[in-house]
Design a protein around this ligand. Sequence first.
Ligand code: ZN
Length: 194
Amino acid sequence: MNNPFEYEVVQDIVRTAAARVLGCPADSLSPATALVRDLGADSLDLVELRCELEDRLLVVMPNQSVLDHLVELTGTSDAVYGPDGGVTALAARVLRDSAFRYDEEQARAGTPPYEIARSTTVANWAHFVSTLFDHLPGSCPECAGTKAAVSPAQRAECADCGTALTPQAGDTVLAATVRTAAGSETAWAEATCV
Ligand SMILES: [Zn+2]
């Protein structure tokens, strides 16, 4: 089924959820606001944000990070972390090209993983949540309709019968985008030989 959400709508939902969790006005957050670096969010705040988004949108957020998924995919942390502890060129590229869409500033070869986590913005979260809705079921579980729409409560629903729709789980979607971003086996085998 189609992704019924405009990206801007998802971004607004994420911004509002983050503002509520952190107790600040929604209009004080922009897409570029980094929740940890700019607003001092701690790990409990991030757990709360995940729960808030899960309840709000009927999604399951991932338990593993992009880098966790890349270690799993390549079978070796050497492909992901350099000798200095910063991320490898491959990992930086996967961070940019997978669902959270980090930018060049956030994810470069050699960037320490904690810096990447600290720099995660409203826009990164919104890109991820938006990507989740690219992974709705093929057809409605109730009426087999194939068109998704946004309900008045701003959730995904079947356009024909109004059944609430849930996308694939966060880790499944994240793993798929990490796999695509990493490209062929050869590409990461080369990257580990630097
Ligand atoms: Zn339906």
